[in-house]
Write a protein that binds this ligand. Structure first.
Ligand code: ITT
Length: 190
């Protein structure tokens, strides 16, 4: 079965393939939308933006489409950067710096990663949608080189003070919002 994965983020694709492989979903081939794929994310929720991306990838390819809209929600920032995580500042490092500064005055550093996935079938209808979450706190300083995005400042609950970027790929995929969301999609497809 071929499914177009509605993203232009290579990190997401890499993780998606690793998670699908470890689930044993070898019969699914994930392909990318045409180059330049960049629909306007005009939704106000992860779910809405995920649907926008899946619909556009299906429109362009005619294939079943899966989209991932994700981000980091920080309690003391009223859920920000949230759906604006990719647009919070210009570069990955600037986004981390801005986040650490914003959280600095607060004692409560609780946060969660969220991933909303939407699967659209061959005929263009939504056939499955769900979300995965991963809970933790924002670190005082960044650590680790794995993963991407905000991983170096996200201390994963239950992982002894390690950031997401200090976990192995397998460990991240086991606990991550993306892993939790994708395994629900793959269970549905099974
Ligand atoms: P596409 O829309 O093309 O899929 P994107 O990166 O713009 O790519 P999103 O709009 O869903 O995707 O924004 C997700 C952002 O949230 C991402 O760029 C990171 O800043 C952050 N993020 C999501 N998942 C993450 C993860 O596993 N680790 C660290 N940061 C993550």
């Amino acid at each position: 079965m071929r499914i177009v994965f509605a993203t232009s983020n290579p990190h997401k694709l890499k993780e998606l393939k690793e998670i699908a492989d470890s689930f044993g979903a070898e019969d699914i081939e994930f392909v990318l939308p045409p180059e330049g794929f960049d629909p306007d994310e005009t939704g106000t929720t992860f779910e809405e933006n995920s649907l926008i991306k899946a619909k556009e990838a299906h429109r362009l390819t005619g294939l079943p489409a899966l989209a991932d809209d994700s981000g980091l929600c920080v309690e003391c920032l009223n859920g920000e950067p949230g759906i604006y995580s990719a647009r919070y500042a210009d570069t990955p490092q600037a986004r981390i710096d801005k986040l650490l500064k914003a959280v600095e005055p607060f004692e409560n550093r609780n946060a969660k990663f969220v991933c909303a996935m939407t699967l659209i079938g061959q005929d263009g209808d939504v056939i499955f949608a769900d979300r995965g979450e991963c809970h933790g706190t924002i670190a005082k300083t960044q650590a680790g080189n794995g993963g991407f995005g905000y991983d170096p400042v996200f201390l994963v609950k239950g992982k002894n003070g390690l950031t997401m970027a200090e976990l192995s790929e397998e460990e991240k995929n086991e606990v991550s919002h993306r892993g939790n969301a994708l395994r629900k999609v793959l269970e549905f497809l099974k």
